[in-house]
Ligand binder design. Structure first.
Ligand code: PMT
Length: 398
């Protein structure tokens, strides 16, 4: 996701400095080349060796380093960066940058870079709410600097309130968003994810293996591209993506109700959910007792939500998914045509690295105009990005 991206991670002196290690891990895992700059105070909390080992790059601590000056110069680091993250960012460093002071490696690099800069502040609640700090933050925001707000909780100093560093995953998400072109700004995208559950009795249900990973990856990818995202989700164990409106549902009927109630005003609908095609005709109000050697159950068809959207007179751009175990292309194209879709993502769910409940997928994309595109093995995050890039191109001019 961050392959070929050069990111500078500035670490200031605060108890939250240790959380920058997890952020560094997320960034490198996503493929970024990370160069860490530590302030003098940061080195009181954590050693440069930790960051050096995990980033596989030397850690910058001094403004004037003769070896580095001869090889690249301290400004070169600022020039090479695609993004600069300061996490944790102290009131002191934010104040210095707001005042135009560049007296160490970190402040100099922030002042010198043309790359986007993302601050993740962490400090005592009284420092955070101090009007001097607030004015500094507002000033930097006006100049286009990005901020990931601290969260509330018990602070290291014993106070309760806002000032805790945002979770590394949240800062990571903002970093990826900062590096993503805003091709869907002003668009509203409705995405469905996860399985549906159809109850047989109070303890049993019919469902499938969907984890929601594909749909949630799509929701994050759409949000990063600037879209307003509505995520209608069946039961999953996943955390709600930042900045996304999540509506939780259980059954296909509930999913249909929520989709139809919200589709007006949407530019596109992406149906990644694995909706149960059938539900029990009768839901037993008490647990079915184990008596007979075999039992039969009548099932009735659930509404086809996507097909219903395809019948709308003024309908949004429709992206379906096809979960197939055989005749992948034929079945997918049939669904594209029968459900009146603009695009369908066909995945073979019998492959161990694709489909249900894995982090990767392989897909064939088919479009209404008869064209198609193959996406080999990739992470669901990457596939989501590819699908959204196609979607953004198709929405242009609509
Ligand atoms: O959630 P993960 O673990 O990450 O797994 C991802 C996935 C395998 C669930 C996903 O990639 C996927 O293939 N989703 C579609 C699953 C599915 O229901 O496929 P289908 O071929 O049965 O349905 C075709 C399309 O019609 C789908 O877009 C589906 O959402 C929609 N549908 C189906 C039945 C129904 N009653 N209403 C619908 O809207």
């Amino acid at each position: 996701m961050l392959n070929n991206k050069k990111i500078i991670l500035g670490v200031c002196g605060g108890i939250a400095a240790y959380k920058a290690i997890e952020l560094l891990r997320l960034l490198t895992k996503a493929g970024a080349e990370v160069h860490v700059i530590m302030t003098r105070a940061a080195q009181e909390f954590i050693t440069p060796l930790t960051f050096q080992t995990l980033s596989s790059n030397p850690v910058h601590t001094e403004l004037f380093n003769l070896i580095a000056e001869r090889e690249i110069g301290h400004i070169a680091l600022a020039d090479r960066a695609d993004l600069l993250i300061v996490a944790p960012a102290t009131a002191n460093v934010i104040g210095k940058i707001a005042a135009g002071i560049a007296d160490d490696m970190l402040t100099t690099t922030v002042m010198a870079t043309k790359a986007p800069v993302l601050f993740a502040p962490a400090m005592n609640v009284n420092m955070f709410t101090n009007p001097i700090y607030q004015e500094n933050e507002q000033k930097l925001r006006r100049f286009g600097y990005l901020f990931e707000a601290p969260v509330s909780g018990t602070l290291a100093c014993g106070w309760e309130g806002a000032g805790k560093l945002a979770a590394p995953e949240t800062i990571f998400e903002s970093a990826v968003a900062a590096l993503t072109e805003k091709t869907l700004t002003g668009r509203t995208i409705l995405i469905t994810a996860g399985p549906t559950r159809e109850e047989i009795d109070p303890v049993r249900y019919i469902s499938n293996h969907s984890s929601g990973k594909m749909g949630y990856a799509l929701a994050r990818a759409a949000r990063r591209r600037g879209a307003n995202v509505l995520l209608i989700s069946g039961p999953t164990a996943l955390a709600a993506p930042d900045g996304v409106t999540v509506v939780n549902v259980t059954t296909a009927g509930e999913m249909q109700h929520e989709v139809m109630a919200r589709v007006a005003g949407c530019d596109a609908v992406i149906k990644a959910a694995a909706v149960a095609d059938y539900r029990p005709l009768v839901r037993n109000s008490v647990k079915i007792k184990k008596k007979a050697d075999s039992i039969t159950m009548d099932l009735v068809k659930n509404p086809d939500i996507l097909a219903g959207l395809g019948e709308m007179v003024r309908r949004p751009f429709l992206v379906g998914f096809a979960a197939e175990t055989d005749a992948l292309s034929e079945n997918a194209v049939k669904k594209l045509n029968e459900k009146n879709l603009d695009m369908i993502v066909a995945n073979n769910v019998t492959q161990p690295d694709a489909g249900f409940n894995v982090d990767t997928n392989r897909a064939l994309l088919f479009f209404r105009d008869g064209s198609s595109s193959e996406c080999g093995l990739m992470s669901k995050e990457q596939l989501a990005g590819t699908i959204l890039d196609h979607l953004a191109r198709h929405l242009t001019g609509r």
